[in-house]
Design a protein around this ligand. Structure first.
Ligand SMILES: C[S@@+](CC[C@H](N)C(=O)[O-])C[C@H]1O[C@@H](n2cnc3c(N)ncnc32)[C@H](O)[C@@H]1O
Length: 335
């Protein structure tokens, strides 16, 4: 199901998946059949969702992008020095999105004439399409190989491409979308694909004032609410469903004990929703919740422990002035 897209294919324009099965139908079937109901946040980013996420990144409440942008713009030279960009490498960007912050590193790498190629990976074709066009216009000579894939498929790709040195980016606190055991599984599985000379830069949202965290996922202008509800719109469109979008509301809460920010869609009344493609009708009780997203907040100690237990050592920790966000540079420990 992995589609490889290179810049040369831009002349024929935008990439499509080899199979039109992006996993949405299976996720919806499984998630709405269980109690409590659940939908995966990985499907937020269709064209409309990607546009809404651009707006979220600009919201005054959404501090994550601003803090990580600050780190990467102010400390990019130190970060790249630590990674060692003198030797050739592939820069693999997991969940690249619009690569807003990766572009800070890319411009530095291009300016320093580093010998590298860029491998953005994203489950969203819409995001990759936009990114490829943007890359093509900004840096026509940059070698780009885009992968339309899920993270774990990305690990398979890494396993099969052991010949070149890899620098892997997992920015934006994307790892926080896993629950903790899965985050550790992912980290350990990634470690298995890397060699001692490879490097891994992991962006993490750190624990802070719970109210500040909560507001970032429940902004006053209601953009995050629209982003969450757009998931139902996507299911209507792609799976021929009849969710009445006005009859669901966004709800977000932060659990300061666990460090988990959770988002939900709440059914405002008892209702039935038919999903044509699945040939299934699902019942929702009044005020029943669908869990749509986890955004875990870490302590640095916890990250260090998790990294060590998976066979990484912490080479450097880059943080912003407020210590609200961290980009942690990990290196595989030699076996
Ligand atoms: C919050 S955006 C972050 C983008 C960028 N890395 C940043 O830091 O700004 C998350 C991106 O990860 C992608 N994504 C989410 N879950 C994914 C998964 N399981 N596999 C691959 N990509 C995923 C989404 O499509 C989206 O483009």
């Amino acid at each position: 199901m992995m589609t490889h897209v290179t810049q040369s294919s831009l002349t024929n324009l935008l990439p499509t998946r080899v199979s039109d099965d992006n996993g949405l139908a299976q996720d919806v079937m499984q998630g709405l059949s269980q109690t409590p109901k659940k939908l995966s946040s990985r499907f937020f980013y269709d064209a409309k969702g990607s546009q809404l996420f651009q707006q979220i990144m600009e919201l005054p409440e959404y501090y994550l992008t601003k803090l990580e942008h600050q780190i990467l713009s102010q400390q990019r030279k130190e970060i790249l020095y630590s990674i060692d960009i003198q030797k050739p490498f592939q820069l693999v960007d997991l969940g690249a999105g619009d690569a807003y912050k990766t572009k800070l590193l890319l411009s530095e790498l291009m300016a320093s004439k580093a010998d590298f190629s860029y491998v953005p990976l994203d489950i969203s074709d819409d995001q990759l399409n936009l990114l490829l066009e943007d890359m093509h216009h900004r840096w026509p000579t940059l070698l780009v190989q885009a992968l339309a894939a899920e993270y774990f498929q990305g690990l398979e790709w890494l396993n099969q491409n052991q010949r070149q040195r890899k620098v892997v980016l997992f920015l934006g606190s994307n790892i926080g979308n896993f629950d903790l055991p899965d985050a550790k599984n992912f980290l350990c599985a990634l470690r298995e694909t890397l060699n001692p000379e490879d490097a891994f830069l992991l962006g993490l949202d750190l624990r802070k004032d719970p109210e500040k965290i909560r507001r970032a996922y429940d902004d006053a202008a209601g953009v995050t609410s629209a982003f969450n509800i757009n998931l139902l719109h996507r299911i209507n469109k792609e799976l021929k469903a009849d969710f009445d979008l006005d009859q669901f509301q966004h709800f977000a809460e932060y659990d300061p004990l666990e460090g988990t920010m959770r988002s939900f869609l709440i059914s405002k009344k008892a209702q039935e929703v038919h999903i044509g493609t699945l040939n299934q009708t699902f019942h929702f009780d009044a005020w029943e919740a669908i869990h749509t997203e986890n955004s875990y907040k870490f302590s640095l100690k916890q990250v260090e422990e998790m990294a060590h237990s998976c066979g990484f050592k912490v080479q450097d920790v880059f943080t912003d002035k407020t210590h609200g966000f961290a980009d942690v540079l990990l290196r595989p420990v030699s076996n």
